[in-house]
Design a protein around this ligand. Structure first.
Ligand SMILES: O=C(O)CCC(=O)C(=O)O
Ligand SMILES: [Fe+2]
Length: 202
């Protein structure tokens, strides 16, 4: 992650359109490191079938999503230090310029094996409005249109198809933007997370 992304224009785009796409968020070298990390832990069998619902009400519904995930935490892998420091930089700019009060985040690695998908949904739970912004970063080495696995987003201006290109970052408002992952023909790798507002008692 050598060249730092200018987050301000991206944030402006999210404010205006509800979503933004940024290429080259992650440099090729760092991307290779993260890809190695996700593959290593996937092959060691540490990933679980993803579920739907919030933490207190999880159900496995593989007609809705078929990805496999590994929840991350800050201290878990030293390779993620640079990633988290860029997320912290994004959060401090968001809080300063958009008067948000993001004070928490959660991320997971996601692997979509061939045949996997995630049906159309919105990321914010009915029972919990903590998730403010969704952040997705694709860790694939290469992606061709013929592989499928596109992220389809459904803003008011009309549907858009986003390919999971290496190092690409997608940001959107978690409570507003319906989206889905179309069936992939190749293994599809990503790190996905949510910037959250955790209510703290006074
Ligand atoms: O990987 C993607 O492109 C989207 C994943 C997603 O929608 C989710 O995990 O909630
Ligand atoms: Fe989602």
């Amino acid at each position: 992650m050598k060249t730092k992304v200018d987050f301000l224009p991206l944030i402006d785009t999210v404010v205006e359109n509800g979503f933004a796409v940024c290429d080259d968020f992650i440099s090729p070298d760092y991307l290779a490191k993260l890809r190695h990390l996700i593959k290593e832990h996937y092959h060691e069998g540490e990933f679980k079938d993803a579920e739907i619902g919030d933490r207190f009400n999880q159900t496995k519904v593989n007609s809705i999503r078929k990805d496999e995930i590994l929840w991350l935490s800050r201290g878990l892998f030293s390779e993620l230090v640079n990633f988290y420091s860029e997320i912290d930089r994004l959060v401090s700019i968001l809080n300063r310029y958009c008067f948000l009060s993001i004070n928490d985040c959660e991320f997971h690695f996601a692997v979509y094996p061939p045949g996997a998908f995630y049906k159309k949904h919105v990321d914010q739970f009915k029972t919990n409005d903590a998730r403010l912004l969704t952040v997705i970063c694709y860790l694939n080495e290469f992606w061709d249109e013929s592989y499928g696995g596109e992220l389809m987003i459904y803003p008011e201006s009309g549907p858009l198809r986003i390919l999971p290109q290496p190092g690409r970052l997608v940001l959107f408002k978690s409570d507003e933007l319906p989206h889905e992952v179309l069936i992939t023909n190749k293994t599809r790798l990503s790190i996905t997370g949510w910037l959250k507002h955790k209510h703290t008692p006074l």
